[in-house]
Design a protein around this ligand. Sequence first.
Ligand code: AMP
Length: 227
Amino acid sequence: MTQRVFILLGMPGVGKGTQAEHLAKACNLFHIDTGHALRSEIALGTELGQTAQNYMSQGQLVPFDLVMQVIKATIERIPSEQAGFLFDGFPRNLQQAEGLNTLLAELNLPITAVLYLETAHDILMDRLAYRVSCGSCGAKYNTRLNPPKTEGVCDACGHTEFVQRADDKPDVIENRLKAYETETSPLIAYYEAKGLMHRVNANQAIDTVFGEIMTEVQPFFEASASV
Ligand code: AMP
């Protein structure tokens, strides 16, 4: 079966990461999260990570060559039994979109669909500024919008230490939102023109958003089953 290629597009804080995790699990897709991959490089102290950190700490996009290096290394590791790939946080501008087209052409894979999580700008600052994750298992919370059931205790593993991302600080968040407006938002028209765009209202409960994403995605799997 041909592998499916999905792209999750949306502003920082819209919930791409959470939805991507659910979608990857439900549809057996390999989740490619460039932000996470870059943070891993930083944690490992690699040269790539050190360079990327200079940009990430300012809320700016990491240069094209570095991002493509991460993407290529990740794609090479994708097991063939996966039903496809799910890009989360990539592409982030037109240059990366073209870079992805070149890569996919080499693999003889077309983009199946772009899922655009739409929301209003003003709620995102809250989503990002109060976002934390469990220091042990990584479970995600928002101390205002989605706190753990018992304050200060992870629902999933009981750990009591939470961490905040270094770039979830108000001034850096502003820069990330600006980078989205100037660099990433042109991708909406780009993929719309290619007839690949599927819009989902992200300003709803997590489960409702996920249900709508599944409604958009399922036909692509049903089509392959009937072939
Ligand atoms: P994210 O985890 O998706 O919010 O990304 C965190 C940061 O990593 C961004 O603010 C960028 O500095 C960097 N980053 C992640 N993905 C990309 C990408 N595709 N291109 C350039 N920079 C990226």
